[in-house]
Design a protein around this ligand. Structure first.
Ligand code: 13P
Ligand code: SF4
Length: 327
């Protein structure tokens, strides 16, 4: 049986023979030799975050992909993120440690189904969350991330009607913030959408001195009682500047690594549904490992390869987002 890199034997051999520190040294050597940049999302395992050149949210990672001088982008995140980097910088080689690192939210909206849905609303502007396929992006007017969604929607003239896809939770939050009516696609993230209000209330009762901070992919009742709502970068920044000492964090567990590094004196409690579940671990983000990262840099695969016409079409709404974000 092959793994997604096609080097299962070598992966097993590396796991058995080498210490993590040796593999990390090899990754550093490969990065230099190949003029590669390692971009990592906050939901990656701590070892990957620690070796990355840049760790960030979806917007920050897209901006890095647009500005890097590296020849090769090693994307430690999920497929739609690496695909977005390829669309932004098509002349660069973009690889990711595990091609199976998908996203339930991106998968919840196929471009063919969306094309039929969109045909019912011909006069609407399509705002698409970055957690989407290149094909869906190519059917969109503008892309947004969790950190700029409100700004993007506010940039749309008031007389235009809006479809927001694929995340109905983020869409509802943006609608509430902007007061712009919207039509939603019925998609959600399997990690954030399972978080239950009652469990979070229990945590709040148990930790009365803690503030609740939440990612906007969570359901509306959770966002309504949160002290702060924002993208992963915004949540991290909030914990650094806010005066509280304790936080209940309603998002994926990976973000705790940077929160603890940046504020070692503070306490962070992940908002799981029960104390034993690992429902806050994104199963796709966690497919990437240090060993797979090494193998992918050595063989320069799996590689994101996209049709040039698709790149051209998907790039327009992404560049529009980057342009609006920069203003
Ligand atoms: P951020 O852009 O806020 O990091 O979110 C990415 C994501 O996939 C959240 O589930
Ligand atoms: Fe997708 Fe949810 Fe994982 Fe983010 S946490 S990558 S939205 S499945």
């Amino acid at each position: 049986m092959k793994n997604t890199n096609g080097h299962i034997k070598e992966l097993g051999f590396i796991n058995e023979k080498y210490k993590k520190s040796d593999i990390i040294e090899q990754i550093k050597l490969l990065r230099k030799k190949k003029n590669a940049v390692i971009l990592a999302h906050f939901y990656q395992i701590p070892e990957i975050q620690d070796i990355a050149d840049f760790v960030g949210d979806s917007l920050g990672l897209s901006q890095q992909a647009a500005s890097t001088n590296a020849d090769m982008i090693v994307f430690c995140g999920v497929h739609f993120m690496a695909e977005t980097a390829k669309i932004i910088s098509p002349e660069k080689k973009v690889i990711l440690p595990d091609m199976k690192a998908g996203c339930s939210l991106a998968d919840s909206c196929s471009a063919s189904d969306f094309a039929k849905f969109k045909a019912n609303y011909p006069d609407h502007i399509v705002v698409t969350y970055i957690n989407s396929s290149a094909e869906l992006k190519s059917l969109s007017d503008v892309i947004c991330t969790s950190s700029n969604a409100v700004k993007i929607v506010n940039s749309i003239p008031l007389d235009k009607k809006i479809i927001f896809t694929p995340d109905k939770n983020l869409g509802a939050y943006v609608m509430q913030q902007t007061k712009r009516p919207m039509i939603f696609w019925d998609g959600s993230c399997e990690v954030h959408d399972v978080l239950k209000l009652e469990n979070i209330i229990h945590l709040k009762i148990k930790h009365k001195d803690a503030k609740l901070i939440a990612h906007p992919e969570c359901k509306a009742p959770i966002l309504e009682i949160a002290d702060f709502v924002g993208s992963t970068t915004a949540l991290l920044n909030y914990t650094q500047t806010d005066k509280s000492k304790k936080y209940i964090v309603a998002t994926e567990t990976g973000i705790l690594h940077q929160m603890k590094l940046n504020s070692p004196e503070k306490e962070f409690i992940i908002a799981t549904n029960n104390e034993t579940c690992s429902c806050n671990d994104c199963p796709y983000m966690k497919l990437n490992t240090i060993e797979k990262l090494y193998i992918c840099m050595k063989y320069e695969k799996p590689e994101i390869v996209l049709d040039l016409k698709l790149i051209k079409e998907a790039k327009k709404p992404i560049m529009k987002m980057l342009q609006i974000s920069a203003t």
